[in-house]
Design a protein around this ligand. Structure first.
Ligand code: AR6
Length: 184
């Protein structure tokens, strides 16, 4: 677990199930169809209920690296920002750029809608096969850079499912915050 302040935004890591997070928006690690799946996507659809699938059907899918928002329905979170991470083995040199784009687009949408708190899972680190240390490096750099340039978010929380991911994301956030952030 770690917590740093960067330009007025708290950036933190916790261990847990993202579908239980009480924040303005949880980010879903979805696929391009946006019609549900396993892992984070399964937990979010189960928690939100069938109305979520109905809203997702009207979105006409989502490109890799982009994001689209829905209501949270039965989740404690008010909104869900669905993003599509890269499949690591298919993305070659584009993997990091696409993963960074997922994080950036999700935070842009949150700010556009006046949201203050966003929770991310370890996008692409499950079925999509992104090595967790590499993904943590990209996610931490992208979030720290984004909040340094865009004030408005009060909280960006990474919700990790296991100790390996928690350790990797905590270390990378502390490193990325480095000169810019401070530990309270
Ligand atoms: N809360 C937080 N983290 C979780 C949870 C949870 N409830 N469940 C799993 N994780 P994944 P991806 C962790 O596979 O790699 C789906 O079928 C998990 O341990 O959910 O982006 C979609 O429909 C891993 O570290 O997402 C897509 O088809 C991380 O979250 C595809 O999988 C991401 O694992 C997306 O694959």
């Amino acid at each position: 677990m770690s917590s740093v302040m960067v330009n007025g935004t708290r950036v933190e890591t916790v261990r847990g199930d993202i579908s239980c997070e009480q924040v303005d928006a949880v980010v879903n690690a979805a696929n391009r169809a946006l019609l549900g799946g396993g892992g984070v996507d399964g937990a979010i659809h189960r928690g939100a209920g069938p109305e979520l699938l109905a809203e997702c059907k009207a979105l006409n899918g989502c490109d890799t690296g982009d994001a689209k928002m829905t209501r949270g329905y039965g989740l404690p979170a008010k909104h869900i920002i669905h993003t599509v991470g890269p499949v690591y083995s298919e993305s070659g040199p584009n993997a990091a750029r696409r993963l960074a784009s997922c994080h950036r687009r999700s935070m842009e949408i949150a700010i556009e809608h006046g949201l203050k708190s966003v929770a991310f899972p370890a996008i692409s680190c499950g079925v999509y096969g992104y090595p967790v240390d590499e993904a943590a490096h990209v996610a931490a750099n992208t979030v720290v850079e984004f909040v340094t340039e865009h004030p408005g978010l009060e909280l960006v929380r990474f919700v990790l499912f296991n100790d390996e991911a928690l350790r990797a994301f905590s270390a990378q956030i502390e490193r990325a915050a480095g000169a810019g952030g401070h530990t309270p």
